[in-house]
Design a protein around this ligand. Structure first.
Ligand code: AMP
Ligand code: MG
Length: 363
């Protein structure tokens, strides 16, 4: 089968000299036959890209059935979520909630219903992943940031002073969309799940506006809506998980599914010859020492796939695989440091290896 590299997911934005360029996780591939080329000609893609949302590059592409106004509405949905959920933007709800967290009010703080629900889901994913994914890690993740980017090495004392409070069980969900913290110093960071959530909402917006065939790329969080014009599955590629490389390790066919990858190669900085990536182990407050290069999760909800992919990276191959096998409707593709590719049984047979350094392990 001949593959044409049809769309390349764009690089995350580089902001500041200390941040290395990182490649997004996922590439779209298209294997076109003649009748599909004809269908694509009948439904020319309509595509829009913005680089000022969610700290990354967002591209939405629709094939027929959805017009420019539909894409603009979907972007407005993402813009709204970004404005309210970013931990960095000083006017965001999360920022304001975190600023008040030291005062730990008993009756909590009122937040938007969707922030309440998403934080609750994030806490559930924490429980399912034995705390490997933890939205209460905000007090620690902020120590690693400079100007909103993962770029600063905190002292051990700083990490130790915050790690104990950074636990999802310290987030209390009160009636009336109110969130309280059980201890002072707890802060939320929805960075491991908000892009997926924004993706789900953008998919819903496009579908409401008539889109039947569309691709969404939120900085490597991919959603394939419907089938390709012509009726076949989309082909989504999983990037070679090495910084500075732009190749595709393997691909899978996808319809109506989110494909989300987490990896240490995506965002990192170097200091004194040491590399520090952006996915922290909640047990230590330091970058997770994973045996994986990347963890990809595929499923209906991009928010869940986002949370689970971060969790899998922290958990590593064995526990990550066990986690996804326990979640109905979700599949995982884990690329280990030894370049072996491990997959849940539901997807293993559909994987096509495209870079021969990577070998699919029989399950
Ligand atoms: P992702 O790229 O989806 O894997 O999420 C990574 C982002 O989520 C980081 O930039 C942090 O803001 C936040 N984060 C880091 N480690 C964790 C963790 N163990 N659990 C939840 N969020 C995390
Ligand atoms: Mg994530």
């Amino acid at each position: 089968m001949a593959y044409s590299l049809w769309y390349i997911s764009l690089m995350k934005k580089q902001r500041g000299a200390a941040i290395f360029l990182c490649l997004c996780a996922i590439l779209f591939l298209s294997a076109c036959n003649e009748s599909e080329s004809g269908e694509t000609a009948k439904h020319p893609p309509l595509s829009m890209t913005r680089d000022d949302l969610l700290g990354t590059v967002v591209t939405l592409t629709a094939y027929g059935d959805a017009d420019e106004a539909a894409l603009e509405s979907a972007f407005r949905v993402i813009e709204d979520i970004d404005a309210r959920m970013s931990a960095n933007a000083e006017s965001s709800e999360i920022f304001l909630l975190n600023r008040q967290s030291d005062g730990a009010k008993e009756d909590g703080f009122a937040v938007s219903r969707d922030i309440y629900d998403l934080t609750k889901r994030a806490a559930e994913i924490s429980g399912l992943s034995a705390g490997a994914f933890d939205p209460a890690l905000g007090g620690v993740t902020e120590l690693w940031k400079a100007n909103g980017e993962f770029a600063s090495l905190p002292s051990e004392e700083e990490i130790l002073s915050r790690i104990d409070a950074a636990h999802f069980q310290n987030i209390l969900f009160l009636p009336g969309s109110r969130i309280a913290f059980a201890e002072p110093g707890v802060k939320l960071d929805l960075g491991g799940i908000a892009k997926g959530y924004a993706c789900d909402k953008a998919v819903a917006s496009l579908a409401k506006d008539g889109a039947k065939s569309a691709l969404l790329d939120l900085g490597g969080n991919i959603y394939a809506l419907g089938k390709k014009p012509g009726g076949s599955d989309w082909k989504v590629g999983i990037a070679v998980p090495y910084a500075g490389e732009s190749g595709v390790a393997c691909s899978i066919p996808v319809t109506d599914r989110a494909v989300v990858t987490s990896g240490g190669y995506q965002r990192f900085f170097e200091k004194d010859g040491q590399t520090y990536h952006h996915i922290l182990d909640p047990a230590t407050g330091y970058p997770a020492e994973s045996d994986l290069l990347s963890a990809t999760v595929i499923g209906r909800s991009s928010a869940d796939a986002d949370g689970f992919s971060t969790a899998c990276f922290v958990l590593g191959r064995e526990n990550g695989m066990a986690l996804i096998e326990s979640v109905p409707g979700y599949e995982a593709i884990l690329i280990a440091k030894d370049e072996r590719v491990y997959a849940t049984p539901g997807i293993a047979g559909q994987i096509e290896i495209l870079d021969e350094r990577f070998r699919l392990e029989e399950t």
